[in-house]
Design a protein around this ligand. Structure first.
Ligand SMILES: C[S@@+](CC[C@H](N)C(=O)[O-])C[C@H]1O[C@@H](n2cnc3c(N)ncnc32)[C@H](O)[C@@H]1O
Length: 262
């Protein structure tokens, strides 16, 4: 069944308030009712197909993995070390934060997400884990001290944010010199028309907000990063008919990327 919401009838400038409401409504369901059908894949089978090692997934809360909605694996690129401090932008129900917390213990992981139900679930699951905390908020203004973070991670989130330059700028500010940015996200090969990029329904479906790959890379570099690795996540698939059409027409794909702050 195609569960992607239908596009708005008239396409005008992107209504960012409407967009945020739609995104929150979807991810509230992902947190609270993870086994229903979404317009994207979720859960452990997705994580395993993307390359998440089973033994790692076995060591973190099962309910977090049920609500996993990432688009690629990047922990090998992040190469987290004990004692490091990690910031997870758009942490959802916490899969990547919990995995990072195992890798950096006794270091600390801070996850930030704007959807209250995601934060509530992640906090409940974190109750007996000392080195991971979840904060409700926008990733455009993360509540961490400048220069205090060794690695910023993020999975499937930046495509949902209208001002991507700001996200990379605040990530750079949060990182110490030489700190890493290790993410998985959605990009496109071709520039998409306004009928797609100004449609809040298609943004919420992780298509409308995807940036052209070259511009995505430039935006990261402009924020003060040097890109070290970019690789495609061929195992990530869009489920809905509309998303598959966009994939074929504009080359909408998932990538994992490692960049270092100069
Ligand atoms: C595709 S889900 C990915 C969640 C998690 N990273 C995972 O892999 O399961 C996107 C998440 O980003 C959050 N999000 C989107 N835009 C955000 C913003 N501007 N600030 C904070 N969180 C945001 C949503 O609430 C949602 O939980």
């Amino acid at each position: 069944m195609d569960t992607t919401p239908e596009p708005s009838e008239a396409v005008g400038p992107l209504d960012t308030v409407d967009l945020e409401d739609r995104v929150k409504a979807i991810y509230e369901q992902v947190a609270d009712y993870p086994f229903q059908e979404f317009h994207f894949e979720t859960g452990r089978s997705l994580a395993e197909r993307l390359g998440y090692p089973r033994d790692g997934l076995d060591r973190i809360p099962e309910e977090a993995v049920d609500s996993f909605a990432g688009v690629g694996y990047f922990h090998d690129l992040a190469d987290l070390k004990p004692g490091e401090r990690v910031l997870d932008l758009g942490s959802g129900s916490g899969t990547d934060s919990f995995l990072a917390a195992l890798a950096v213990r006794p270091g600390l992981v801070v996850g930030i997400d704007m959807t209250r139900a995601q934060i509530a679930k992640a906090r409940r699951l974190a109750h007996d884990r000392g080195n991971v905390e979840f904060r409700e908020g926008h990733i455009e203004e993360p509540s961490v001290e400048d220069g205090s973070i060794d690695c910023v991670i993020s999975n499937g989130v930046i495509n949902l944010v209208p001002d991507k330059g700001r996200v990379f700028a605040v990530a750079a500010r949060a990182l110490r010199p030489g700190g890493r940015l290790a993410i998985a996200d959605i990009v496109t090969d071709a520039e998409m028309p306004e009928t797609v990029t100004c449609d809040a329904s298609l943004w919420a479906a992780c298509i409308g907000g995807a940036m052209q790959r070259g511009l995505f890379v430039e935006t990261i570099e402009e924020a003060g990063f040097h890109i070290e690795t970019i690789r495609p996540n061929e195992a990530y698939q869009f489920l809905s008919r509309r998303a598959q059409k966009a994939t074929a027409k504009y080359g909408v794909t998932s990538i994992s990327l490692l960049a270092r702050k100069a």
